[in-house]
Design a protein around this ligand. Structure first.
Ligand SMILES: *Cc1c(COP(=O)(O)O)cnc(C)c1O
Length: 384
C-alpha cells in the first residue's frame, strides 16, 4: 500500500479523517447546507460583522474605484495609498507608532517570527500557541522553549535557566486562546520580558474588536500597549473581513519590509479588502453594543452551564465545554446537530488526552433566547 493511501486509511480507521463540507451560504449566525440549516457555533464571526451593509458597501466602492487586484507585492507596484491609510489606522487603533499589513494571520506570524529570530536565538512560547506561531518558530531556526499554558512560574524558570545562553530572545503568547477561551497573565509576562531582556509578541486574533473599553483588544484592556513590542492581530475574525497586521515601532516595520519573506514575496491584499477593513474599524468604534452584548451573553452561557453541572473553561466569547471522553463528545455533537446546532468536537491530539470538548464560538447573533434553548437541549442530551 502506498504511503498516502495508508495515511488516509489510518485516519479513517481512527475516526480522524477530516473532510470538507461546503455550505451554500452563512448568514446572521446560521449556516445553510443543501437540505438544512444550523445555528453556527463554529465560526469566528464574533461580532456578526461579516454581512454588515457598511462593510459590503465599502468593499464594492473600492472595487469600483481601484479594481479587483493589487496586481503585485507591495515592493513592486502593489503598494497603494489605501494600504498606508489602513496601516495608519491600525497603528492608532493599537496605540503603537506604526503597523504593517500581512495577507493573513498565518502569514503574519510566520513572517514576523522567522525574520526576527535565528539560529543563536531563543523563543519562549506558550504550549497552546496557534499553529502559525509554531510554524514561524520552526522556520526561524531558533531554539524553542515551550512553557506550560499560562504558567508564569514555568516561563520564569525557563528564562532564568536558558536566556543567557542565547543572543536575542522572544516571548510569544496569544491574548485569548482559541481552544481554552482564556487569557494569559499579560502584566507578569511583560515584566518577565523586561527582566530577561527579551521582546514580546502577542497574538490578538481572538481578542481584537472584543476586549478593552474601545474594543482594541486585551492589550488595551490591560493598558500594556507601550510595553509590548509586537502586537499582532487579524481582520478575519471579529472584524468580519480578511488580512492581518503587526503593530510595532517604525523601525521594526522597516525591518519586516526588508526581511519578512511572507510579506515580501506575496501579492498584497486587494483594494476591496482594504476598504472593507477600514469600514470594520469604523464599526468597532460606532457599534460598541456588539461586543458588550456578546460578552454579556457569553457570561450568561458559561454561568448557566455551570449551574447545570457542566465543566466550562475560559472568560471570553469562546466557551469550551469539557466532556473528557472522545467518543461521548462526538456523540453529543451529533445529537446537537440533529437538534439544529453546528458545533464540532475537539479531540486529542488537538487537546490533551481526557479533555475532549465541544467548543462553542459565540457571536453577536446568538441571543440569550437561542443560548437558553441550547442549554436546555444540551442538558436533555447529557442528563447531567
Ligand atoms: C486564526 C488565527 C490565526 C491566523 O489568522 P488567519 O487570518 O486566519 O490566517 C493566527 N493566530 C491565531 C491565534 C488564530 O486564532
Amino acid at each position: 500500500m502506498g504511503r498516502i493511501e495508508k495515511f488516509l486509511r489510518d485516519k479513517k480507521e481512527k475516526g480522524l479523517l477530516r473532510i470538507l463540507r461546503p455550505a451554500r451560504f452563512r448568514k446572521e449566525g446560521k449556516i445553510y447546507f443543501k437540505d438544512r440549516s444550523f445555528i453556527d457555533f463554529s465560526s469566528n464571526d464574533y461580532l456578526g460583522l461579516s454581512g454588515h451593509p457598511k462593510i459590503k458597501e465599502a468593499a464594492e466602492k473600492t472595487i469600483t474605484t481601484l479594481g479587483t487586484s493589487s496586481s503585485a507585492s507591495r515592493l513592486l507596484s502593489g503598494d497603494l495609498n489605501i494600504h498606508h491609510k489602513l496601516e495608519k489606522r491600525i497603528a492608532s487603533f493599537k496605540e503603537k507608532e506604526d503597523a504593517l499589513l500581512f495577507n493573513s494571520g498565518y502569514q503574519a506570524n510566520v513572517g514576523i517570527i522567522s525574520s526576527l529570530l535565528g539560529k543563536n536565538d531563543a523563543i519562549f512560547s506558550d504550549k497552546l500557541n496557534h499553529a502559525s506561531i509554531i510554524d514561524g518558530m520552526l522556520l526561524s531556526g531558533a531554539k524553542i522553549f515551550r512553557f506550560r499554558h499560562n504558567d508564569i512560574e514555568h516561563l520564569e524558570f525557563l528564562l532564568k535557566s536558558q536566556r543567557n545562553n542565547y543572543k536575542e530572545a522572544l516571548i510569544v503568547t496569544e491574548t485569548v486562546f482559541s481552544m481554552e477561551g482564556d487569557k494569559p497573565p499579560l502584566k507578569e509576562v511583560a515584566s518577565l520580558k523586561d527582566r530577561y531582556s527579551s521582546m514580546l509578541l502577542v497574538d490578538e486574533a481572538h481578542a481584537t474588536g472584543i476586549f478593552g473599553e474601545k474594543g482594541k483588544g486585551v492589550v488595551e484592556e490591560m493598558g500594556l500597549a507601550a510595553r509590548i513590542e509586537l502586537v499582532m492581530g487579524t481582520f478575519s475574525k471579529a472584524l468580519g473581513s480578511f488580512g492581518a497586521y503587526v503593530a510595532c515601532s517604525s523601525e521594526l516595520k522597516k525591518y519586516f519590509v526588508n526581511s519578512a519573506r511572507s510579506f515580501i514575496y506575496s501579492t498584497s491584499l486587494p483594494p476591496s479588502i482594504i476598504g472593507a477593513n477600514l469600514a470594520s474599524l469604523d464599526l468597532i468604534e460606532e457599534e460598541p453594543f456588539r461586543r458588550l452584548t456578546l460578552l454579556c451573553n457569553s457570561d450568561y452561557f458559561r454561568q448557566e452551564l455551570g449551574k447545570k453541572g457542566f465543566r466550562t473553561r475560559g472568560t471570553s466569547q469562546i466557551v469550551p465545554v469539557i466532556f473528557k471522553d472522545s467518543q461521548r463528545t462526538v456523540k453529543i455533537s451529533q445529537d446537537l446537530q440533529k437538534k439544529g446546532y453546528w458545533v464540532l468536537p475537539i479531540r486529542p491530539p488537538t487537546v490533551p488526552e481526557g479533555e475532549a470538548r465541544l467548543r462553542f464560538s459565540l457571536t453577536y447573533h446568538h441571543t440569550k433566547d437561542i443560548l437558553g434553548k441550547l442549554i436546555d437541549d444540551i442538558s436533555q442530551i447529557c442528563h447531567v
